[in-house]
Write a protein that binds this ligand. Structure first.
Ligand SMILES: NC(=O)c1ccc[n+]([C@@H]2O[C@H](COP(=O)([O-])OP(=O)(O)OC[C@H]3O[C@@H](n4cnc5c(N)ncnc54)[C@H](O)[C@@H]3O)[C@@H](O)[C@H]2O)c1
Length: 438
């Protein structure tokens, strides 16, 4: 199969490299010349574990190419995937579909023989139909089908998720397009990955319903964590106690500072918007958005309260700034709410993140960066854990304590054991855990 990915970001690049690994002939296109130049030099524009090797292996095998010009590759493609961004539109919370529609118009101008045009970007219901309309209008005689193939990969585990997904959802409406999509995913079919073939609208709704459900689960356990803090219960045991119920499941029951990232915040907003437009308001999802936004804002106050009501003049060491571990992605990260609020309250911030500091320097002006987690602790009045990078779990608390001016930790990801930390003389506060708060 000849496949073209339009957009070579987290989704386009990972999917393109994985399709090449499946044996397809893949061209990844991006408008960003700098990104394509870096890829041509063998440099990864994003941090994703294993991606550099997957890309270089497939480039060497001649199955993966990069370009800024879609015309040639699209003219001979069997399937063209749109994997451009769909950020929140300013003002109303709807998904900004301008990149998707611009890509559709460019594809329409370049298409020759029968092509399946697939939206892999997360797009509100109705977008597939609009993509078809744009192509039909630009090229009335074109032979094509549109399909919806939402992507469920998680940053940080993207390759594994793509190669061994729980399921593949494909919205198609012709037998011919279904056959093309079945061939694209044949290697996954061979390992018995469930393939959910539906109509286009269903596939589009499925992606949003999935993300909204996961965001709801996180928000639910976060509110339960608040209750635990007030009544002396331990949210970890509660999560285990309910998660072992197969109807509930153990995943996404980890309390924290509120969900962020490139998907949940914008996708919950877009779903709420689309649903209101369709006169089927998603009141649960609307509440989740509100509760989560308030939570992210409240986390700085949690640190301030823990420090006795003021952080003015204090040096705060921040561990982790990305929205989750194993990515350099800072989009809608909780740190973007917490750090500026602490600075506004008079604190000086020193942060360390294994992969996110370059992006954070741009998005969090005025903070200093350290080279290691221990350096962050040096002279700090309090440490705040915002992202649960695996390497933070292995930190030696004694070394941290020696380095700090005051041994105090607000652990917004519960990576440390409260009893152990308090036993070592730390003032420790986690999320939803019992015990003294100072
Ligand atoms: N990041 C994730 O974890 C994830 C997971 C599942 C789904 N998604 C969805 O996938 C889509 C892409 O997300 P992402 O995180 O990869 O975004 P991204 O911002 O990392 O990448 C998008 C890329 O598209 C390029 N682009 C935009 N218009 C273009 C055009 N006309 N031609 C060529 N290139 C163009 C941009 O330059 C950019 O490099 C979004 O809809 C997102 O919601 C993302």
């Amino acid at each position: 199969m000849r496949i073209v990915m339009i957009g070579s970001g987290y989704v386009g690049l990972v999917s393109g490299a994985c399709f090449a690994h499946f044996g397809h002939d893949v061209t990844c296109v991006d408008k960003d010349r700098e990104k394509i130049a870096r890829l041509d030099r063998g440099e990864m524009p994003i941090y994703e574990p294993g991606l550099d090797k997957l890309v270089s292996d497939n480039v060497e095998a001649g199955r993966l190419k990069f370009t800024v010009d879609l015309v040639g590759p699209v003219s001979t493609a069997d399937a063209v995937f749109i994997a451009v961004g769909t950020p929140t539109r300013r003002g109303d919370g709807h998904a900004d579909l301008s990149y998707v529609y611009a890509a559709a118009a460019e594809i329409a101008a370049a298409m020759r023989d029968y092509t399946v045009v697939v939206t892999k970007s997360t797009v509100p219901v109705g977008t597939g139909r609009e993509v078809a309309r744009i192509i039909r209008e630009a090229q009335p005689a074109a032979e094509f089908d549109v399909a919806s193939n939402p992507e469920f990969l998680r940053e940080g585990a993207a390759i594994e998720d793509f190669m061994k997904p729980d399921r593949v959802v494909i919205g198609v409406e012709s037998q011919r397009a279904r056959e093309v999509m079945a061939t694209v995913y044949r290697p996954l079919n061979l390992i018995q990955t469930p393939m959910v073939f539906t109509n286009i609208e269903t596939a589009e709704v499925t992606k949003y319903a999935g993300n909204a459900f996961l965001a709801t689960k996180i928000t639910f356990i976060n509110e339960i964590a608040d209750l635990c803090e007030k009544v002396g219960a331990d949210v970890h045991d509660v999560a285990r106690g309910i998660g072992l119920d197969g109807r509930i499941g153990r995943k996404f029951l980890h309390p924290g500072p509120g969900f962020g990232g490139s998907c949940f915040p914008k996708d919950t907003l877009a779903l709420a918007y689309t649903a209101r437009e369709a006169d089927a308001p998603q009141t649960i999802v609307e509440q989740v958005i509100e509760v989560n936004n308030a939570r992210k804002k409240r986390m700085a106050q949690k640190v301030i309260d823990f420090c006795g009501g003021s952080v003015s003049g204090l040096k705060i060491g921040v561990l982790g700034v990305t929205f989750k571990p194993d990515t350099d992605d800072m989009r809608d990260a909780p740190s973007l709410d917490i750090v500026p609020a602490l600075m506004a309250a008079g604190a000086t911030i020193v942060a360390f993140d294994p992969e996110g500091m370059k992006e954070a320097a741009r998005m969090l002006p005025g903070i200093a960066f350290a080279k290691t987690a221990y350096e962050v602790a040096s002279g700090a009045d309090v440490l705040v854990v915002i992202t649960e990078w695996p390497e933070f779990r292995g930190l030696d608390p004694r070394r941290l304590k020696e380095a700090m001016r005051q041994p105090r930790i607000v652990d917004l990801r519960n990576i440390f054991n409260p009893d152990e930390m308090r036993g070592l003389g730390f003032a420790y506060e986690g999320v939803g855990r019992p015990g003294p708060s100072t």
